[in-house]
Ligand binder design. Structure first.
Ligand code: FES
Length: 211
């Protein structure tokens, strides 16, 4: 069978490197693609002295191109400084894979964004964020666009699952349009917390449910 993919894509898809969860990750992120609704999780381990990535792993809930790019970017990231790794572009990742069909560009964007967000998560957790813009409702909404609504496969902002966002002296409060005992309530709450509590000027996050 002839695939529309390069040999390198097929090789990384069939034998992806660095797959799996990293329980002791120093930085982690889950990214969702607005184009297709797929998701990728990226984990990094960082040496605090040299600021180099010593290990990187990923889990993909996406297509072959996403798996291949996840495999490639985690390989590329290892041994790089945080700054160097943040500068890896999706075109570089796609080139390293011998190219991707145009229609699949967003799949490598998703993997590369996952790596960047995992690095940002490390920086936020370690007080390394230099650009300290104040958290606004728009910042909160932008972050929550990366949390998926598992009922639809789209994000929780687009599906209007989040109501009544307020921010007052570092305390964020919001309501999730789900009953508190819903099977996804705990997971969604955890993901929202993860996205918001690392913001440099946020002291408290309160999440309410509709019932
Ligand atoms: Fe969704 Fe490739 S089609 S990640």
């Amino acid at each position: 069978m002839k695939y529309p993919y390069s040999d390198a894509v097929m090789e990384h898809f069939r034998h992806p490197r660095n797959v799996g969860k990293m329980d002791d990750a120093d930085g982690k992120a889950i990214e969702g693609s607005p184009a297709c609704g797929d998701m990728v999780a990226v984990y990094v381990k960082v040496d605090p002295e040299s600021q180099k990535i010593t290990d990187a792993k990923f889990e993909s809930y996406g297509c072959a191109s996403n798996i291949a790019t996840g495999s490639m970017i985690t390989e590329l990231a290892k041994g790089k400084t945080l700054e160097e790794a943040k500068n890896i572009t999706w075109t570089q990742a796609a080139e390293a894979l011998g190219g991707l069909p145009k229609i699949k560009a967003h799949c490598s964007v998703l993997a590369v964004e996952g790596l960047r967000s995992a690095i940002e998560n490390y920086e936020e957790r370690h007080g390394l964020v230099t650009e300290k813009t104040p958290t606004t409702i728009e910042v909160i909404r932008r972050r929550l666009r990366k949390v998926m609504n598992p009922l639809t496969g789209l994000d929780i902002i687009r599906t209007e699952m989040i109501k009544d966002i307020t921010i007052n002296e570092g305390a964020i409060s919001l309501t999730v349009d789900l009953p508190a005992n819903h099977q996804f309530a705990v997971a969604i709450k955890e993901e929202i917390m993860e996205k918001l509590e690392t913001l440099w000027d946020v002291k408290k996050v309160e999440i309410n449910f509709t019932e």
